[in-house]
Design a protein around this ligand. Structure first.
Ligand code: EPU
Length: 302
């Protein structure tokens, strides 16, 4: 969506919002698909309530976007503007046994910075791409670790109530690839309580996870990580593999030969190609195994 009103775009500057008109969202996503829209990058999250009030007053719909690594965006012009928190200069601070991290911070950088201060536990998350905010919303996990286990408090903007709130650990919950946050909740920062561990030990754990990931996942291709959640007691990747679907292609979208739950944009795929591949694989798994696979990737259907 394009904002054509110069008065509105001038107000962005006062709010410290970088206005990037007509961005191809394909350039901002790890899958390399996504249509055009105006992108608004917010340098200081305290400006968020005012920005959203301004957009609401002007009747401009908006949608929040994190790091772009777990999202499938349609190819057509989006019917809303896209908002994103810009990384801040002081994005991680430390207290005894704790880290205070801005939601726009890269998750991998967070794991490494914590390690340097002998704070561990999150080693398994090292290769998970994306931001801390996105990881919180999805309760990102890998190799037996999930971010939700370390969360002690979250600062978030609740668009439905139009206010910034702090939630303590007992006011939220995390499950496998799911959190209690709604679509109108925008993560701003988090307090993580970590485990005291020597740097070398943490580094050893990180290396093991990196090697496992390199051996089993297509890290050099355009993907959004695993496309489907694992159903309870089963593995989506194993089932897709057993159906002989590695290399299966629709348009430019291909089931990875390395890990069957990764769908790759290899030949200039459209979002439509990827969605068709998702539906096709889901149908085949349902018919053969009786499981209804649920998307792990967030699909912007509207
Ligand atoms: N397998 C196959 N063929 C394949 C892929 C997997 O037979 O093509 C088998 C493996 O040999 C293994 C089992 O399926 O016996 C499970 O595979 P894997 O260890 O790769 O884990 P996964 O369940 O497929 C999950 C997460 C990953 C995370 C890894 C490592 C989900 C949906 N996926 O994958 O997370 O990196 O474990 O902990 O929970 C993501 O969230 O995007 C993601 C990639």
């Amino acid at each position: 969506m394009r904002i054509d009103n110069p008065k509105v775009t001038a107000a962005f500057e006062e709010l410290g919002v970088a206005y990037r008109p007509n961005e191809r969202m394909a350039d901002w996503t790890s899958l390399g698909v996504g249509g055009p829209s105006d992108l608004l990058q917010i340098a200081n999250f305290s400006a968020l309530p005012e920005l959203i009030s301004l957009l609401d007053e002007q009747g401009v719909p908006w949608r929040f976007f994190g790091g772009g690594t777990n999202v499938l965006i349609p190819d057509r012009e989006l019917p809303y503007v896209v908002l994103q928190l810009a990384p801040s200069r002081r994005d991680i601070e430390f207290g005894p046994g704790e880290a205070y991290v801005s939601a726009a911070t890269e998750l991998g950088r967070t794991v490494m910075e914590c390690a340097k201060r002998d704070l561990g536990g999150m080693e398994g998350l090292i290769g998970v791409p994306g931001t801390v905010g996105g990881a919180l919303r999805m309760n990102a996990g890998a190799y037996g670790t999930q971010i939700g286990s370390y969360v002690r408090a979250i600062l978030l903007y609740r668009a439905a109530k139009r206010q910034i709130e702090t939630l303590a650990g007992n006011e939220m919950h995390f499950e496998y690839r799911h959190s209690s946050f709604g679509p109108d909740d925008i993560m701003l920062s988090v307090r993580l309580e970590l485990l005291a561990k020597p740097y070398r030990e943490i580094l050893g754990g990180i290396q093991v996870c990196n090697e496992k990931r390199r051996a089993s996942q297509p890290l050099n291709e355009k993907s959004a990580g695993c496309i489907f959640k694992n159903p309870p007691g089963a593995s989506a990747g194993k089932m897709i593999d057993e159906l002989g679907l590695k290399g299966h292609r629709i348009g430019g979208a291909v089931v990875s030969e390395r890990h069957a739950n990764f769908f790759i944009n290899r030949f200039g795929a459209t979002a439509g190609d990827l969605l068709a591949l998702i539906d096709d694989v889901r149908d085949r798994v349902r018919k053969s195994f009786g499981f209804e696979l649920e998307e792990e990737v967030i699909v912007w259907r509207a």
